[in-house]
Design a protein around this ligand. Structure first.
Ligand SMILES: Cc1cc2nc3c(=O)[nH]c(=O)nc-3n(C[C@H](O)[C@H](O)[C@H](O)COP(=O)(O)OP(=O)(O)OC[C@H]3O[C@@H](n4cnc5c(N)ncnc54)[C@H](O)[C@@H]3O)c2cc1C
Ligand SMILES: NC(=O)c1ccc[n+]([C@@H]2O[C@H](COP(=O)([O-])OP(=O)(O)OC[C@H]3O[C@@H](n4cnc5c(N)ncnc54)[C@H](O)[C@@H]3O)[C@@H](O)[C@H]2O)c1
Length: 471
C-alpha cells in the first residue's frame, strides 16, 4: 500500500468520485479509500432503487383511473411484489455496475478499508498510515434508527434493507415523512400494502409553506393513513409490532424507519484536526471551497450536512477536488437551492422557501391545479403552486409546490431565480396550449397584477393582462 500521496479521498460515493475525477485532471498521485460496500448510496440503496420502486407502484396505481379513460378490465390486474422487487434489484445492479466501472482502472490506488484521520495530513487504514498533502472527506451518511427501537430489528426496515426484501408484508408502518418516508409510504401503499405513516412534525417532505403542506396532506391522505405531529412508540406484538401514538395504536408486520440520516463521522477522527467541533462533533466547513477552517482537509457530500442531496454532493466533490489541487483557494458559487420529492403530486422547492422569507414582505402568486385544463385531461388535476417575488420589482425569490410535473416547473423556476428574472421576464416566454405551464403563467400573472403595469400586454414584454382569458 502507498504510504505518501498528494491527495487522499475518503469515500467512493457520489461526492468522493466527483472529487476523484477533478483531482485526476491535475494529478495522478491520488488514492481513493472506501469502506465496502462500493457502488454509492445513490445507486445501491438511495435515489435509484427508490425511484424504481415508485415507478412500479405508479404503474400499478394507474389501474385505479383506467375506467375514467374508458378502459375496462383493470380490476383483473395484480401486483406481483416479488417480481417488482426483482426489477428494483436488477435496475440497482445495473446502476451499481456503472459506478464500479468508473473505478476499475485505479489499481492499488483504490484502497478497500475504513479510514480514520490521525491529524490533518495523515490517514490510517486498517493500521496502515498514509501521509497526504490534502485529504478529502466524503464518507456519506447512514439511516438513523433510534436506540429504543433497535431491539425490534426483526420488524424494522430502513432504506438499507428495504430493497433487499424478496416480498413485502401486508401491513407496514412508515415513521418519518421527510422525502424518504413520503416517497416510500406512497409507493408501498400504491402496491397494495396497508400503510400507516407518522411524523413528529406537522409537515411532510420538508415543505415550509402552510398552504402547500395542507394540499399535500389532503392528497396523500386519500391513499394511506397519515398521522402528523405525533410521538410514536413501538412494542412487540403477537404478529408484528405495535405502533402507539397518544391513545391510539395499530399493529403492523414491519416498520420502515425514515427519521433522517446521520453523517458517517463517528470514527472518522475529526477531533485529531485540532479545530473546534460543534455539539454534534462537526467542524466548520466553507461551503464555497469545502475546506475545514485553514486545514488541508476538505469535506464534501452528505456527511457535512450542508445540502444532503445528490447534485449538491457531486458539486461539493468537484469543488473539493479543485481546491485540493490548486495553489490558491478557488471559491465557487453554489447553485440555486432545488429539491424534488418524487411522490404524487410531486413536491418541489426552489430558491428561498416560504420558511426563509417574511411573506408579508413579498408578493405571492399561487395556482391550484384542480381545474387546470391539461391536468384535468390527464386526470392529474390536484396540487398547489406558490411563487414568491420581491415587492418592488417582482423579481423571483423562490417557490414551493405540490403539483403534477413539479420536477420540470422547479427546474425552470430555478433558472429564473438564478438569472434574477422578474415575473414580467417570465411572462415574456411562450406558453404553449394546453400545457401544465399555463398554470405557472396564472401564478405569475397574479404577482404581476400586484405590480405597477409597464406596458399593455404580456407580448409587450412586461404588463399583466389582468385576465385569464388566454388560458
Ligand atoms: C432512499 C434514498 C433516496 C434518495 N433519493 C434521492 C433523490 O431522489 N435525489 C437526490 O438528489 N438525492 C437522493 N438521496 C440522497 C443521495 O443519495 C445522497 O445525497 C448521496 O448519495 C450522498 O452521496 P455521498 O457521496 O455523500 O455519500 P455515499 O454515496 O454514501 O458515499 C460515502 C462512501 O464513503 C464510505 N465510507 C464511509 N465512512 C468511511 C470511512 N471511514 N472510510 C472509508 N470509507 C468510508 C461509504 O462506505 C460510502 O461508500 C436519496 C437517499 C436515500 C437514502
Ligand atoms: N427526492 C429526494 O431528493 C430525496 C429522496 C429521499 C431522500 N433524500 C435525502 O435523504 C436524506 C434523508 O431523508 P429522510 O427523509 O430520511 O430525512 P429527513 O430529515 O428529510 O426527514 C426525516 C423526517 O422524520 C421526522 N422524524 C424525526 N424523528 C422522528 C420520530 N422519532 N418520530 C416521527 N418522526 C420523526 C422528521 O420530522 C422529518 O420529517 C435527506 O437529506 C433527503 O434530502 C432525498
Amino acid at each position: 500500500m502507498l504510504d505518501k500521496v498528494d491527495v487522499a479521498i475518503i469515500g467512493a460515493g457520489t461526492a468522493g468520485l466527483a472529487a476523484l475525477r477533478e483531482v485526476q485532471r491535475r494529478s495522478d498521485d491520488v488514492v481513493l479509500i472506501n469502506k465496502p460496500p462500493y457502488g454509492t448510496t445513490c445507486a445501491r440503496v438511495g435515489c435509484m432503487p427508490s425511484k424504481a420502486l415508485i415507478a412500479s407502484a405508479n404503474a400499478f396505481h394507474a389501474r385505479t383511473m383506467l375506467d375514467t379513460f374508458g378502459i375496462a378490465g383493470a380490476d383483473q390486474l395484480r401486483a406481483d411484489i416479488p417480481a417488482v422487487m426483482t426489477r428494483v434489484r436488477e435496475l440497482r445492479d445495473y446502476f451499481v455496475q456503472g459506478v464500479l466501472k468508473s473505478i476499475k482502472d485505479l489499481g492499488d490506488r483504490n484502497i478497500e478499508g475504513q479510514a480514520q484521520l490521525d491529524g490533518p495530513n495523515r490517514v490510517v487504514v486498517d493500521g496502515h498510515e498514509i501521509e497526504a498533502r490534502q485529504i478529502i472527506l466524503a464518507p456519506g451518511s447512514s439511516p438513523i434508527v433510534p436506540k429504543p427501537w433497535q431491539k425490534f430489528s426483526d420488524h424494522i426496515l430502513t432504506t438499507d434493507s428495504l430493497f433487499e426484501a424478496r416480498d413485502l408484508p401486508a401491513r407496514m408502518g412508515v415513521i418519518g415523512l421527510g422525502a424518504i418516508g413520503v416517497e416510500m409510504a406512497q409507493a408501498l401503499s400504491r402496491l397494495g400494502i396497508e400503510v400507516h405513516a407518522f411524523d413528529g412534525s406537522d409537515r411532510m417532505a420538508g415543505i415550509s409553506d402552510d398552504k402547500v403542506a395542507d394540499t399535500l396532506r389532503q392528497s396523500l391522505s386519500q391513499e394511506f393513513a397519515i398521522h402528523l405531529g405525533v410521538e410514536v412508540d413501538l412494542a412487540e406484538a403477537d404478529e408484528g409490532v405495535k405502533i402507539t401514538w397518544g391513545d391510539e395504536s395499530v399493529v403492523v408486520d414491519k416498520v420502515l424507519v425514515a427519521v433522517g440520516r446521520r453523517p458517517n463521522v463517528q470514527d472518522l477522527g475529526l477531533n485529531s484536526l485540532g479545530v473546534a467541533l460543534d455539539d454534534k462533533g462537526m467542524p466548520e466547513v466553507d461551503p464555497n471551497t469545502m475546506r475545514i477552517c485553514d486545514t488541508p482537509v476538505l469535506f464534501a457530500g452528505d456527511a457535512n450536512g450542508i445540502r444532503p442531496i445528490l447534485h449538491e454532493g457531486a458539486d461539493e466533490g468537484h469543488i473539493a477536488g479543485l481546491n485540493a489541487t490548486s495553489d490558491e483557494p478557488v471559491p465557487m458559487d453554489r447553485r440555486t437551492p432545488l429539491t424534488v420529492t418524487f411522490c404524487t403530486p410531486q413536491v418541489a422547492s426552489v430558491g428561498q422557501r416560504a420558511g426563509d422569507l417574511d411573506l408579508d414582505d413579498c408578493l405571492v402568486g399561487e395556482f391550484n391545479f384542480s381545474a387546470q385544463g391539461r391536468a384535468r385531461i390527464m386526470q392529474e388535476n390536484y396540487g398547489l403552486l406558490r411563487i414568491y417575488a420581491t415587492r418592488d420589482q417582482g423579481r423571483l425569490l423562490g417557490a414551493e409546490m405540490a403539483v403534477p410535473a413539479a420536477e420540470h416547473t422547479a427546474h425552470l423556476l430555478a433558472l429564473a431565480v438564478k438569472q434574477r428574472l422578474t415575473v414580467y421576464d417570465l411572462l415574456g416566454m411562450p406558453f404553449y396550449h394546453p400545457t401544465l405551464e399555463e398554470g405557472l403563467r396564472t401564478a405569475l400573472r397574479k404577482i404581476a397584477r400586484q405590480l405597477p403595469p409597464c406596458g399593455i400586454s404580456d407580448l409587450a414584454g412586461c404588463a399583466p393582462l389582468n385576465a385569464e382569458a388566454l388560458e
